[in-house]
Design a protein around this ligand. Sequence first.
Ligand code: ATP
Ligand code: MG
Length: 263
Amino acid sequence: MTNHPTAERLVVENLSKTYGSGATAAHILDNLNITVEPGEFVCIVGPSGAGKTTLLRCLSGLMACSEGGVRVGEKHVTEPLEEIGLVFQDYRGSLMPWMRSADNVALPLEGKGVPRKERFERAQQCLAAVGLPDVGDMYPWELSGGMQQRVAIARALAYDARILLMDEPFGSLDAQTRFELEDLILDLRRTMGISVVLVTHDIDEAVYLSDRVIVLSGKPATVVDTVEIDLGPERDQIKTKADTRFAEYRSRILGEIKLKKAA
Ligand SMILES: Nc1ncnc2c1ncn2[C@@H]1O[C@H](COP(=O)(O)OP(=O)(O)OP(=O)(O)O)[C@@H](O)[C@H]1O
Ligand SMILES: [Mg+2]
């Protein structure tokens, strides 16, 4: 996990997404323009159904945009790329229950043709990076929910992802575990120099983690605000959240989401 190539800039240009066509067409995202700088942590918030997961699917190359597009550096994202890792909310559905943790983490490398011994070493490195150096031989169902989500993060990193896309990754965890994993992701971002784009309903989580929060709202959704979070590079679950600016950011974002909902 050393000598990483630097992350590249992620650019979303005039992205629109419509599901279906004709009379049943649903226009979900309208003309989004977003840039995520190398090493930046960006959270996307917005009301339920706004299109956050849809946006992440487009960013990951799993789904085509209707208009506009996504680039990583100069490369157009038209299919999943090695440099983009994905973590979803439902870790229970994302890990293979019949495979040991190390094999789960190593799975993406198999398709890449990496030799078995190297795959296993890489999996162990990634598990150690998420604080689980000793669970390689255990099955997912032998682990707690928080540990399973750490394994899912390790798997996303195994490919040497430079950009991590996360969709409500901590939504089904208890508060304490959630805080631990938030701090883990902040650490990984710092030590590995990766960029992170994280979707969340939780405005406190977004403000705590982000360099920048992007607020999506409306039908179809547009970017209604971009909030630079000036809380410094070091975050602390107690001190950062007690900062008066933290409360100001939270009120601003909450107001925007609520206002748009009522509109
Ligand atoms: N595959 C699909 N085909 C048709 N419509 C879809 C599809 N996926 C999502 N939608 C619709 O697109 C809209 C946005 O869905 P999306 O899941 O992106 O929202 P979200 O912001 O992630 O919501 P939540 O916060 O509840 O996760 C919803 O109205 C949903 O019904
Ligand atoms: Mg969603």
